[in-house]
Structure formats: C-alpha cells, structure tokens
Design a protein around this ligand. Structure first.
Ligand code: HEM
Length: 419
C-alpha cells in the first residue's frame, strides 16, 4: 500500500544483502585458489572438459581422496570450493550422455559437497551463483571488465562457446548494477512521497535494463548455437523433472534416498525477480511457482533481498496516486524495457534451443543430402539429450513458461499504454 506520509523506518539499503556497489550480485574478486590441502579437488576440477572428453573423469573422481570441508573458512573459499565441486559433479554425472548417467555420487565428492552447500545455503548442484557469479577473473587486474579481459576459472565441455555463454551472462549481470543501486532510491522515494526522485531513479533503471538487453545480444557473437545445444547444455542439466533421471541422484554418505535438484539456469539470477517485485509484476500460478523455487538456488542474502522488496509499499499504487505525468511515463518506460528484455530473451532461447531442437528432430529422419559443414553441425546437434528438447535446464517447459512470464509483465503496464 502506498503512502505519501514521511516514514520513520531506517532507509532501505542494499548493505546487508551481499550486493556490491561496483558489481551487484557478482562475487567480488573471486579467489582462484583454495588452501593447498584441497589441491586434489582443484587438479581435477580444472581439467573437467579434457577428462570428460577422454572419458576419464569418473575414474579420477572415484579415486580422489576424501577431504574434510572444515579447513574452508571464508565465504569466498566456500564459493570457490562449491564451484569446483559443482563442475566435477556435472561432469561426473553427464560424462557418458543422457543414457548413461549415474545413480550415485561417490561419498568422497558427495559428503564435502553437501557440507559446503549447507554452509553457503546453496543446493548441491551447479547454480548460476557458481557458474556465472563466482567463476571469473580479469586477465589484467587493472584492465576493464569486458569480454577480452575476462576469463572463466572453471569450464565445462564446449570450448569457446561455453566460455562465451558464462561471460556474456556475467556482463548482463554487470549491466544491471545501476538498476540494482536505484532500487533503494525508488523504495525510499515512495516511502517519503518524493515523486521527482522516484521518477529519476526509474529512468535510470530503464536505461540499465536496456543495457542488459544490449549485452544479451552478445550471445550471438560469442556462442555457437549448435555447440551450446549439442555439447554444452547437458552439463547444466539437473536431476529434477528430468525424464532421464526420474528418481534423482543419491549423494552417498549424505542420505540413502535420492535427491532431486534442478540444473543451472539464469532463471536463478536474482535480477529480474527484484525488478518484478519492485514494479509489481505478478506471476501466474505455475510459472510463479517455478520462479519462487528458483529462489532456493540463489545465495540466501539475494533471495532475502527479493523478499524484502516484495514487502515494501506498492510502487504502482504510489504512481497512480501521484498523478504525475513524468512519474507515470517513467514507470511505463521501465516495464516496457523489462518486457523488451524478456521478448529478446525469448528470441535468444528460440535461436539456441528451439531451432536446434527442430533440426535435431529433422536429423533423426531418414538421411537427406548434406554438405560438409551441415554434417559437422548435424553431428553436434544430434548429440544433444532428447529428454531436454522441450525443457529448460531448470526443468521448465520452455516456451509456455517464458511467454506466460512475458505476458504477465505486459499486464503490469498501466492501462493507457497497454491498449
Ligand atoms: C543462450 C542464452 C540463454 C538461453 C538459451 C536461456 C534459456 C533459458 C530457458 C530455457 C529458461 C527457462 C527456465 C529453465 O528451465 O531454465 C530461461 C529462463 C530465464 N532466463 Fe535465460 N537463457 C539464456 C540467457 C540468459 C541470460 C544471459 C539471462 C540474464 C541474466 C537470462 C535470464 C533468464 C531469466 C531471468 C529466466 C526466468 C524467466 C524470466 O524471468 O523471464 N537468460 N532461460
């Protein structure tokens, strides 16, 4: 409920939510090394693409020593350990494709992975918080935060396209930092009825969302759809709502029953969920439930930020009460930019999943004549898991879900412009 009355609460701030001024949700200066005791993990995790390629990863992990997680102390050590263990786990499970997954993660991996996950409040599977937010370093520490000067700490099969996929996503996160920083300005402005400040902050948020869309366009430059679809994507998949692992996965030494976890997806990014709560985008039951579930794959402080934004006075009601043309426009513009981002994202998903999936189906038909590059492309696409053709790595039925979320965003537009 909106109020123009001065508020006695302390101002809303991002301080307690592990959000940095410069990098937003991105982990600042991720560590690149663990204490020497953990070298056996690092030695394998750094070689996952190569060991998967030679079909030796499971062998190496099976004979890895069982290490205690107790010597990991600081947050950034735990994040690096979680990332290394996650990359190993994804490689271990998917090394032989969708038809030869494992039923059990061995205890020397599963037990410390579980412990580290518990301490971080993250699930024991590769998340966006691992693969994107904590998986980067600058080649030249003094250089810019851009594609040329960034590299991953750990990769998965798929070569340059895998690197491109994670780093472009990282740049989308970075482009959102001005938007994130303006969220408290909007909330505090609404609390004290400061129309001009709220309008200005919303204008900055619109610009930042536009910048996110511009960065998302880089996917087409740095990622090859057939490599993403045919080679890399399976390594992001999870063991929940996945027909090729209907029971989930046993984490040996943790619990006898299998556990189910969704795979890594930028649906686990906290950004759009923060914007939705701020702008009052309300999700339909099924897609809303999926998005809420994704919050359990975010660092707890980021999940809490989304919840706390949702508890603030309604921005939309405030705008409607103020009857300020500039404020009205600013909110409309913001929602329009978010809608455009979601529309563009649907195009990306179509290009990187729907089109290659249709091609894969076509390739299963009796042979048609193809030239050399079509044969190579076809070979890659044909390797893609059939179980994931209609599903996202997070397990959703992709297009229905994404279009519903997009349409709910459109419904947030104030009446005049939605016509
Ligand atoms: C090649 C690039 C990408 C592909 C193929 C892709 C694919 C998908 C898919 C299939 C989903 C459905 C949920 C699931 O089951 O995983 C999804 C959701 C989502 N993705 Fe992406 N994605 C890409 C890049 C990105 C990037 C860079 C971002 C920005 C951080 C992003 C943000 C989201 C969000 C926020 C959702 C949840 C739906 C929403 O709020 O609109 N995606 N994505």
């Amino acid at each position: 409920m909106a109020s123009a009355e001065p508020d006695s609460k302390p101002p809303f701030s991002l301080e307690s939510y592990h959000v940095s001024e410069e990098l937003g949700f991105i982990l600042q200066d991720p560590l690149v090394e663990l204490p020497p005791y953990y070298q056996p993990w690092m030695d394998i995790a750094l070689r996952v693409p190569e060991l998967v390629h030679s079909h030796e990863l499971r062998f190496h992990i099976n004979k890895m020593p069982r290490l205690s997680s107790q010597f990991l102390q600081k947050h950034r050590e735990l994040r690096l350990a979680h990332l290394a263990l996650s990359v190993m786990t994804m490689g271990y499970n998917w090394q032989e494709g969708e038809n030869n997954t494992v039923q059990m993660l061995p205890r020397n991996l599963a037990v410390p992975y579980w412990e580290v996950s518990q301490r971080l409040g993250l699930p024991p599977i590769l998340t966006h918080a691992d693969a994107v937010l904590a998986n980067w370093r600058k080649k030249d520490p003094e250089g810019p935060f851009d594609m040329e000067n960034l590299e991953l700490l750990f990769s998965l099969p798929g070569g340059d396209s895998t690197q491109g996929f994670f780093l472009v996503t990282l740049l989308v996160e970075l482009a959102a930092v001005p938007a994130l920083k303006n969220i408290p300005t909007v909330i505090n402005g609404v609390r004290c009825g400061d129309t001009e400040t709220v309008a200005r902050a919303l204008e900055d948020i619109s610009q930042s969302i536009q910048d996110m869309t511009d960065k998302l366009k880089l996917m087409h430059v740095y990622v090859e759809p057939s490599v993403f679809y045919g080679i890399m994507r399976i390594y992001l998949s999870g063991w929940k709502d996945n027909p090729c692992m209907p029971k989930g996965l046993v984490y040996e030494g943790v619990q006898a029953e299998p556990m189910e976890y969704s795979g890594g997806s930028a649906a686990q990014s906290s950004l759009l969920q923060c914007f939705d709560e701020l702008l009052g985008v309300q999700h339909e039951a099924t897609s809303g439930a999926f998005l809420s579930r994704m919050r359990n794959y975010m660092p707890p402080a980021h999940k809490l930020l989304i919840q706390d934004i949702s508890l603030q006075p309604s921005l939309k009601s405030f705008v409607q009460q103020q009857a300020s043309e500039r404020l009205n426009q600013a909110l409309q513009h913001c929602v329009t930019k978010l809608l455009a981002l979601r529309n563009y994202h649907i195009n990306v998903v179509s290009c990187f999943i729907t089109v290659p999936a249709a091609r894969a189906r076509q390739l299963r038909q009796p042979r048609t004549l193809r030239n050399h590059s079509q044969v190579l492309e076809g070979e890659m696409i044909s390797r893609a898991p059939i179980a994931l053709e209609e599903r996202g790595t997070g397990g959703s039925s992709i297009m229905t879900f994404l279009k519903t979320v997009r349409d709910q965003t459109k419904d947030t537009l104030l009446p005049e412009t939605s016509k």
